[in-house]
Design a protein around this ligand. Structure first.
Ligand SMILES: Cc1cc2nc3c(=O)[nH]c(=O)nc-3n(C[C@H](O)[C@H](O)[C@H](O)COP(=O)(O)O)c2cc1C
Length: 186
């Protein structure tokens, strides 16, 4: 079944590892027949939630920024790929701001809770070569989106070692793995 997929990238750098791997995922997903909307947090300004709680009263988030464009995409998405570098053993501040702003959909009841209404994928990118660097972000996504919100994880790709001299995303096979992850979505 063709799905609508939203790919959210949390790196402030366009054209670097997270962005390139996300693009490879997009190509794979499109080849598998899915429609994909990519939202780059390097290209769109997304402020942190200001806890005004107007979303619960007005039915929408009152902050006017990049989220305006992506909210309708999130609502209709079957699957969301969270693609983020690891900063200080966790997701980037940009990705956390994006996730906090999903509270507007959650509080308006447009964000299924404990239903398999949505699926997710994870693409984590770390400078370190030791995979344990991703322990906290992996637990975060599995606990919050998996256990608490009931989203099914359709696949995780952990890219490590980007800080190593001579690291090459393509040569190390990570672009192919990202493509394959996109192509594996059913
Ligand atoms: C502020 C900051 C903190 C970082 N913290 C970590 C870290 O805790 N562990 C790690 O493996 N890499 C860390 N890195 C390296 C990035 O994860 C790595 O450079 C990654 O490739 C960045 O993604 P990008 O190439 O898509 O921008 C950090 C980089 C920055 C700028």
């Amino acid at each position: 079944m063709a799905k609508h997929i939203v790919v959210v990238t949390g790196s402030p750098r366009t054209g670097k590892n997270t962005d390139r791997a996300a693009d490879a995922f997009v190509q794979g997903a499109q080849q598998a027949g899915h429609t994909v909307y990519k939202f780059s947090l390097a290209q769109h300004r997304v402020g942190g939630c200001i806890h005004c709680m107007q979303c619960g009263k007005q039915g929408y988030c009152v902050q006017k920024d990049g989220m305006e464009e992506v909210y309708p995409q999130i609502e209709k998405a079957d699957l969301i790929l969270f693609a983020t570098p690891i900063y200080f053993w966790h997701i980037t501040a940009q990705m956390k701001a994006f996730i906090d702003r999903l509270y507007a959909l959650y509080t308006m009841g447009r964000f299924p809770k404990n239903e398999t209404g949505k699926e997710m994928g994870l693409l984590l990118v770390a400078g370190d070569s030791d995979p344990s660097v991703a322990q906290e972000p992996l637990s975060f996504f599995e606990n919050v989106f998996g256990k608490r919100l009931g989203w099914q994880n359709k696949g995780t790709l952990l890219i490590t070692g980007t800080s190593r001299a001579g690291f090459d995303l393509e040569q190390e096979g990570f672009l192919q793995k990202a493509f394959d992850l996109g192509a594996s979505i059913q």
